[in-house]
Design a binder for this molecule. Structure first.
Ligand code: PMP
Length: 369
């Protein structure tokens, strides 16, 4: 088998880069898990071995984010999107009112999905800013009687991130952290429910981590499918049906890797440096342009445009030749986007900056601003 000497830097938005050491460990363990002679992929999910793996991964995650015991951790199928339904189904059975903040594609889709089940309200939106910013808190038309208040902490498409989650009343925050979970320190106690699919900051796809405060487990709608019934899944330790074995296993390896990096706090510092470097460089001139309001800029997804679509195309082609992969912006927004999740080392950003500088020097004269 060939192992590439130097792997390219992969700035994909998701499924995203996984640290080389994690991939290698997975490769080593794949034929023989812990001396059992078979791989983890071939074991029954109700064996002692797999059950203890689930508990171990849960424990590692709880520790990584200091989640108190009254928060239950679930490993569910269907990525984050299934929870766009799972959340209203589980939380709006007693009180059908919920507040949604719409700050981009992902919160908009979640809002549309929730509307199928209950008369949820949009309480603030940045649509008038074409989703390149966040609505000011004092413009939110909040409902103090809502069952929950929903937002997406980091809108992945253009890179718009909430810096804080103000506690305005008793309404619990329900937050989609798919593209920034484990990238910065959070106080779990501020949230009622956090969910994140795993293919960006936690390994591979098809799995959604849900952290739910115990007291929110008794308000489901009677139509809630059992597979996405949080209370039932808590009871069964996420093993109501056959879970995504591989993604849970990889999540465990990712959490070991995260601990080696100094945990969430250690990696947050690196993430801050990576993003600051890139934004600072973009802001230095007119060649590259990031359209996001400075106070809402994402530490995870940095989107940028070049002066013309032709230059953008050339930029992406040349970047690939320089081993800088998957910098294409989302099809809805175009341009370029560098996703800087935890596994992206600072050296990758340095290499990207060298390339961006050289590309600018070579092409800045070929157009007039
Ligand atoms: N929320 C956010 C913020 C996302 O970025 C994505 C995927 N890019 C999703 C939800 C949907 O995740 P999944 O494909 O795992 O359902």
């Amino acid at each position: 088998m060939t192992i590439l000497k130097k792997r390219p830097y992969n700035f994909a938005a998701g499924p995203a880069a996984i640290p080389e050491s994690v991939l290698k460990r997975c490769q080593e363990e794949l034929l023989d898990y812990q001396g059992l002679g078979v791989s983890i992929l071939e074991l029954g999910h109700r064996t002692k071995v797999f059950e203890s793996l689930v508990l171990e991964v849960e424990q590692k995650l709880r520790q990584a984010i200091a989640a108190p015991e009254n928060y239950k951790i679930l490993f569910l199928h269907g990525g984050a999107r299934l929870q766009f339904s799972g959340i209203p189904l589980n939380l709006l059975g007693k009180n059908p009112e919920a507040d949604y903040l719409i700050t981009g594609h992902w919160s908009q889709v979640a809002f549309q999905e929730a509307q199928k089940y209950a008369p949820v309200q949009c309480v603030g939106t940045s649509e008038d800013q074409e989703f390149f910013g966040l609505p000011a808190v004092d413009t939110w038309k909040i409902n103090p009687n809502a069952a929950y208040r929903y937002c997406c902490s980091n809108e992945t498409l253009v890179g718009v991130q909430f810096q804080e989650f103000p506690l305005l009343d008793e309404v619990p925050w329900v937050v989609d952290m798919t593209s920034d979970f484990l990238s910065r320190c959070i106080d779990v106690n501020r949230f009622g429910l956090i969910f994140a699919s795993t293919q960006k900051t936690m390994g591979t796809s098809g799995l959604c981590v849900v952290l739910v405060r115990e007291d929110l487990l008794n308000q489901k709608m009677s139509i809630t499918p059992t597979v996405t019934d949080f209370a039932e899944q808590v009871k069964q330790h996420s093993l109501y049906n056959t879970p995504n074995v591989f993604a849970i296993y990889i999540l465990g390896l990712m959490l070991d890797w995260l601990a080696e990096q100094g945990g969430v706090a250690g990696t947050e510092k690196i993430n801050q440096r990576k993003a600051e470097k890139l934004y600072q460089f973009i802001d230095q001139g007119d060649f590259y342009r990031n359209r996001v309001e400075v106070s809402a800029r994402s530490m995870m997804n940095v989107s940028f445009n070049l002066p013309t679509p032709d230059l953008e195309k050339l930029f992406l082609q040349e970047a690939t030749k320089h081993n800088l992969l998957n910098l294409k912006g989302h099809s809805l927004t175009g341009g370029a986007r560098a996703s800087l999740y935890n596994p992206i080392p600072e050296a990758a950003v340095d290499a990207l900056l060298d390339f961006m500088r050289a590309f600018q020097n070579n092409h800045a004269g070929s157009f007039t601003l």
